[in-house]
Design a protein around this ligand. Structure first.
Ligand code: ITT
Length: 207
């Protein structure tokens, strides 16, 4: 197999060090006929600095970096939570909202503390995911998915990761962490962006 993604077997690198994201993406790409490689296949590859001001800037940065390094078609995801009452925060700082280093539980505690007893109607939030598909440092496509909802009053559920235990998607009474991966993927920011990305990936390998 050549290290440029143009091999007989179409291959795609998932440019993420986040195992939860990688698992969601792999699940969504199942059956697409594309061999999915993780960064574990490139242990010598260090992490790029995520200092962009937007999800798109960070997604492009990661995809440029990993596609240059691996020489494969690469899909990178930058994502996070945007809370209306907090004027869009934590946004691009979602992973390190409670400071660095911090756990998902630390971030959720901080978020619930900031919202306090604010009524449901004022707890609107959305998850955003921007995916960048790059080939050897050059852009192929950039896609975006969003999922609106609200922040719960306490952490609920054991599935998923990050802010899943405190995010209730619109039209639901349960958090992402309660509804489980299959239901989450159908409506999530990542699911939406990936369904668009999948089309771009398949088109790329047809050419
Ligand atoms: P990579 O950069 O290696 O992909 P990361 O975890 O640093 O991994 P991001 O910079 O995109 O990824 O930060 C995403 C953060 O946003 C993540 O750590 C969660 O806190 C939150 N997040 C994103 N998608 C989420 C989801 O589907 N469910 C819950 N939280 C999510």
């Amino acid at each position: 197999m050549r290290r440029d993604g143009s091999a007989a077997e179409p291959s795609l690198v998932l440019g993420t060090k986040n195992e939860h994201k990688r698992r969601e993406l792999e699940r969504l790409l199942k059956g697409s006929g594309v061999k999915v490689l993780s960064l574990k296949s490139f242990p010598e590859c260090p992490e790029p600095k995520e200092n962009g001001k937007t999800f798109e800037a960070n997604a492009r940065k990661k995809a440029t970096y990993y596609s240059r390094h691996t020489r494969f078609l690469t899909l990178a995801d930058d994502s996070g939570l945007s809370v209306s009452y907090l004027k869009g925060k934590p946004g691009v700082l979602s992973a390190r909202f409670a400071g660095e280093p911090c756990s998902y539980a630390d971030n959720n505690r901080k978020l619930l503390g900031l919202l306090g007893s604010l009524p449901s109607a004022r707890r609107q939030a959305k998850f955003v995911c921007v995916m960048a598909l790059y080939d050897r440092g050059l852009p192929v496509k950039v896609l975006r998915g969003e999922c609106t909802g609200r922040i719960s009053f306490s952490e609920k559920g054991r599935n998923g990761f990050g802010y899943d235990p405190v995010f209730i998607p619109k039209g639901f009474k349960k958090t992402f962490a309660e509804i489980g991966p299959a239901a989450k993927n159908k409506i999530s920011h990542r699911g939406k962006a990936l369904r668009l990305a999948k089309k771009a990936i398949l088109a790329y390998f047809k050419n």
